[in-house]
Write a protein that binds this ligand. Sequence first.
Ligand SMILES: Nc1ncnc2c1ncn2[C@@H]1O[C@H](COP(=O)(O)OP(=O)(O)OP(=O)(O)O)[C@@H](O)[C@H]1O
Ligand SMILES: [Zn+2]
Length: 712
Amino acid sequence: MFSLSSTVQPQVTVPLSHLINAFHSPKTGSVSVNTSVSQKHRDTVPEQDTPSSEPVLNLRDLGLSELKIGQIDQLVENLLPGFYKDKRVSSHWHTSHVSAQSFFENKYGHLDMFSTLRSSSLYRQHPKTLRSICSDLQYFPVFIQSRGFKTLKSRTRRLQSTSERLAEAQNIAPSFVKGFLLRDRGTDLESLDKLMKTKNIPEAHQDAFKTGFAEGFLKAQALTQKTNDSLRRTRLIVFILLLLGIYGLLKNPFLSVRFRTTTGLDSAVDPVQMKNVTFEHVKGVEEAKQELQEVVEFLKNPQKFTVLGGKLPKGILLVGPPGTGKTLLARAVAGEADVPFYYASGSEFDEMFVGVGASRIRNLFREAKANAPCVIFIDELDSVGGKRIESPMHPYSRQTINQLLAEMDGFKPNEGVIIIGATNFPEALDNALIRPGRFDMQVTVPRPDVRGRTEILKWYLNKIKFDKSVDPEIIARGTVGFSGAELENLVNQAALKAAVDGKEMVTMKELEFSKDKILMGPERRSVEIDNKNKTITAYHESGHAIIAYYTKDAMPINKATIMPRGPTLVSLLPENDRWNETRAQLLAQMDVSMGGRVAEELIFGTDHITTGASSDFDNATQIAKRMVTRFGMSEKLGVMTYNDAGTLSPETQSAIEQEIRILLRESYERAKHILKTHAKEHKNLAEALLTYETLDAKEIQIVLEGKKLEVR
Ligand SMILES: Nc1ncnc2c1ncn2[C@@H]1O[C@H](COP(=O)(O)OP(=O)(O)OP(=O)(O)O)[C@@H](O)[C@H]1O
Ligand SMILES: [Zn+2]
């Protein structure tokens, strides 16, 4: 059986057991690919159908039952280190529309398995196996080219036959693998030369190509030295790789377009009930959860909520880097309120045909309104509602976005439909989308700090078997900038590694191993703060915090963080809604701004002032300027405003500049004085920040009072 759901979502999961079982039993073999959101076509294999023989990787014993497609590269790396050496080459296939053949050439780069196989004498010896493998490899392009004309059903059939053929191939695989591994060296070198000629490898790359080839060859040689047992494992790995490779192709953007096309104009929209996902499942994003709590209350009882005078946005924008749990949070909102969840992805609306995207939006809202209260989630909102949307790539998206706007305007808040959009690039959104009555509430979903990371690691560790020596906090400390998805991946990779090494549980060793793997991976996008920068940031931010804390008229500190999550890292809370600032308050604000820069100067010297510090200085300058020219707060220039710079005499201009300079100078001196007086506290706070990354108001106070911070 093979099933695909019609809603394509980046997270395609392949139950690994199914892959393995597909090898073991040609008759009952089953591969199921499901998007994790839509369960519509989910096909599960009854447990009793799965043969119990030959446990290859004891993944299930370790508790790992699912493998995300995105983890496959790392799986390959873990199983066969160096199997493909040049990651740049291997990741290339993700972005290009490759045929299965070039997929293999890229993926296994230097070994060039595909053409080597074909030209080898093995082909004559085992034509059946090789033909079936080769045809399986070419299977997908054929499938891709017929995209859009296939119904889901016929796809299902074709895919099913693939897995059957692979299973059949498995029957004669042992000799094939052995033969492949035992090929004599001469043939290989010969074919390498030929290969390089036919491939037109540029001279500059020939060495790398040769090295890679040789390494692959040596690897193969080494493998043959091992026992039968490990040969069997290798064989299985090769086949897992073949299968995974094929499923990896599903990630190909080309193919996903295909799936979408079949959900045509009249496609029904099915909600996904997410009873099982609650806030409990989303770790390390407490603030976002708090902000969304009210939305949950509303969804539980929209009428009552609005009668009581509660006011809610129609649309909520979840903003944050990829993999931080935006989708999960949206599902949890629906789950907490126990209402239907409608999932759509912005890219789903890119259409080649007039009106298709718009009509999908219409369907979506019609369904949703009929089933209110409910949540509509639009992932990748920027790809439907981006500013630069009018491109040849998206000829009709203007219609789509207009339809979305019309739908959002077309119902009242008390109807109980909440639209949650997610984006990594809020700046890219069309302004019309963020007007009041549309997506007018923003919730930031940041990368987790060390506490959040610890929680997330614990959460995923608890799903697998791990040794009691495992300390999630240590791993959390070493994974600054990791998203929730990456941490989950880390844990799963560690479990895979443990399985490959034949261990019974995951230990620190595997966790450290997969952490390093992910850190070194080329796909790693997250910001990495090296230690020096981290230290500078810690002192800089503590500088702001110290000034704020010891200056009477400064705004109280809300929290301080060294996590990169936006321009201001220390956030201050306005006390009440005072913001008719007094002179003292403005001066205090200047001093607080100065604090970061002065801190850097005091601790690291004038030569090491960073760009982060220069924006503080700009900020202070702005305040000073306003004080002098707008608020009439300069003694020398008196109580009047100097708005129009053009009409000022040169003398007044320079007097203004002079005044600003004096204000800044004084502010600088005050900040320096405070930081020098409280050098000890400054150091303590910086160190606490280095340890905990984020501190709230209370924790800052504890540190500054010289008390010991409880380990959380
Ligand atoms: N804060 C978290 N707590 C627990 N699990 C998380 C968290 N963040 C991410 N994950 C895991 O990573 C997976 C991917 O996260 P999700 O799809 O929600 O991220 P996203 O922010 O929507 O990413 P994208 O922007 O790429 O769509 C989740 O299904 C979950 O398994
Ligand atoms: Zn600063």
